[in-house]
Structure formats: structure tokens, C-alpha cells
Write a protein that binds this ligand. Structure first.
Ligand code: G1P
Length: 295
């Protein structure tokens, strides 16, 4: 079995749900406490053993490349001023992984974005981490959990959690079949954003996948699905129908949907309460100064 060392982050979306914040900057660069959201995802991947990351971008996404690049002037200035701690933080960003970029150039959907990474991924199993989903687990990052399951079962893995019934139409929903263990089951169907009445379950794919390279064969011949877009969900289902095993894994971790305004605010508050520098002040503000009745 091949070691999983590659990951793809699709980051070409327009971020319309958080406009106007995303008018001139990528949604992946919106800040959560002191880091752009994309950095949380890159760190999760690196901590999971990923070495090569392919970010699928589009127009107006140049600041992503700048952020993960070496910044000569900044690093020299921090060094000159003796700001060692900051220097270390900045240096780490450009050295933690081998990151390369490919442009999607036509917004044809998530499946199409993943297909763009094919020449870089080649014939290897790989992780997909969607930029809207930050998943917090300080013990075992979610990508690592997926890799462990891939190593255990030798099959593709879709990272899932149960969502409220009213929310099923926002996600790819799996129909669970035979239980494999407490956290893993086989899948009998996979539907992209079903209507509430038609949803096969409440088990939603929440932005993490580990797929074998076989998926590219299906993405290459995929037809537009929900919303007229090439859907990754549909290609995973097609691959399963041809006998390729895919399991759903109920991952451990707290997920933040930062592609919408409330999710971004929630992430900022909760990560702010975890961050050493902001924790005490934020807690005291929320407990003592912030009076919701007066707002
Ligand atoms: C995408 C996928 C969907 C998945 C979701 C998780 O949808 O198509 O299957 O459940 O991400 O966040 P999007 O939110 O990009 O429309």
C-alpha cells in the first residue's frame, strides 16, 4: 500500500456567501484570529504527514501564493529587529510543505477542480481538504484519521458527520449500508445536496476525502450534475457502482463552515478562546462586558 503524502485543496470558488469581504480577496485568506483560514487547513494536512499540497486556484487568488511563499523583506526586517518569535512563525509558513498551484480556469464545479490536480497527484491515493471546512482536533487531525482508515481498509474514505435534517440539502449525503465498525460503514448511495424529503440519511460529507487515483477516470468523463456543475459526489458514486470500495467514516473533530458569515464568526470566537494571546481578554469581555440584552 502506498503511503499517502499528497493532498489537494480546491480554492477557486468566488466566496459569494461572504461578499463583500471576498470582493478583492480570496475567501481562503479571511482571517480566523491571527491566521488566514487556509493556513489552518495546510497545518492540519502537514500534521497528518502530508508533504505535497496542490492548491487549485483561480483569478484574484494571488495572495494565497504570496502567503505561503518566502517573504524576504519581512523576514529580514523581523530578524534585524530581533523579533525572533514572529520570525519563526513567518518562516514556518513557507517551509512546512511543498505547495504548488494550478488554476481551474473555468468554474465548472468541485469535480472539475479536483481533475485539474491529476497531473500532480498521478497514480497515488490522496487527501482532499475543502477550504470551507476547518476541523479542529488537537489530538488527531482529521486528515490523519482518514489516512489511518485508508491504511486499515485499503479503500477510499469519505469523512462524514451527522447534520440536522434541515441542513441536508447543503451537503453530499451518504446512505449508510453495512456497519464495519463503530465509526465506519459501507455506502449504498451518495447524493449531492438532496431535498430534505429525499435525503437517504443525515450523514453528511464534511469536506474531507481520501481517494484512490481511480477517481480521475470518473471525473474525466463526468457530466454536469446538481447546479449544472461537475460534482465530486457523483463521480465517487459512479466509481462505487463499478465495484470500487468507498467507506464513510464518522470523524472526530469540531467542524466550522467558514464559507458563511455565522460560521466565520463562530470560528473566530472559539479559536479566540483557544488562543493563548486572546483567550483571557476575550473570555472576560464575553463574560463581563458583553451584555447581549443591550445589543
Ligand atoms: C461541497 C460538496 C458537498 C460537501 C460540502 C462540504 O459542497 O459538493 O458534497 O458536503 O462541500 O462542505 P459546497 O459547499 O462546496 O457547495
Amino acid at each position: 500500500m502506498r503511503k499517502v503524502t499528497k493532498a489537494v485543496i480546491p480554492a477557486a470558488g468566488l466566496g459569494t456567501r461572504v461578499l463583500p469581504a471576498t470582493k478583492a480577496q480570496p475567501k481562503e485568506m479571511l482571517v480566523i484570529v491571527d491566521k488566514p483560514s487556509l493556513q489552518y487547513i495546510v497545518e492540519e494536512l502537514v500534521e497528518s504527514g502530508i508533504e505535497d499540497i496542490i492548491i487549485v486556484t483561480g483569478r484574484n487568488k494571488n495572495s494565497i501564493e504570496d502567503h505561503f511563499d518566502f517573504s524576504f523583506e519581512l523576514e529580514k526586517t523581523l530578524e534585524r529587529d530581533g523579533k525572533d518569535e514572529l520570525l519563526e512563525k513567518v518562516e514556518k509558513i513557507s517551509s512546512m510543505a511543498n505547495i504548488c498551484y494550478v488554476r481551474q480556469n473555468h468554474p465548472k464545479g468541485l469535480g472539475h477542480a479536483i481533475l485539474k490536480a491529476r497531473p500532480f497527484v498521478g497514480d497515488e491515493p490522496f487527501v482532499i481538504a475543502l477550504g470551507d471546512d476547518i476541523i479542529y482536533n488537537p489530538e488527531t487531525p482529521v486528515a490523519k484519521q482518514l489516512i489511518e482508515n485508508y491504511e486499515k481498509f485499503g479503500s477510499s474514505v469519505v469523512g462524514c458527520q451527522a447534520v440536522d435534517l434541515k441542513d441536508v440539502s447543503k451537503y453530499g449525503i451518504v446512505a449508510p449500508a453495512r456497519k464495519i465498525d463503530n465509526k465506519t460503514c459501507e455506502i449504498s448511495d451518495f447524493v449531492e445536496k438532496p431535498d430534505v424529503e429525499k435525503a437517504p440519511s443525515r450523514l453528511a460529507c464534511l469536506g474531507r476525502y481520501l481517494l484512490t487515483p481511480k477517481i480521475f477516470e470518473y471525473l474525466a468523463k463526468a457530466k454536469p450534475g446538481k447546479g449544472g456543475e461537475i460534482q465530486l459526489t457523483d463521480s465517487i458514486l459512479d466509481m462505487m457502482k463499478d465495484g470500487e470500495k468507498v467507506v464513510a467514516y464518522d470523524f472526530d473533530g469540531e467542524r466550522y463552515d467558514i464559507g458563511n458569515k455565522f460560521g466565520l464568526l463562530k470560528a473566530n470566537i472559539e479559536f479566540g478562546l483557544r488562543n493563548e494571546e486572546t483567550r483571557d481578554e476575550l473570555r472576560s469581555y464575553l463574560e463581563n462586558e458583553f451584555n447581549i440584552d443591550k445589543k
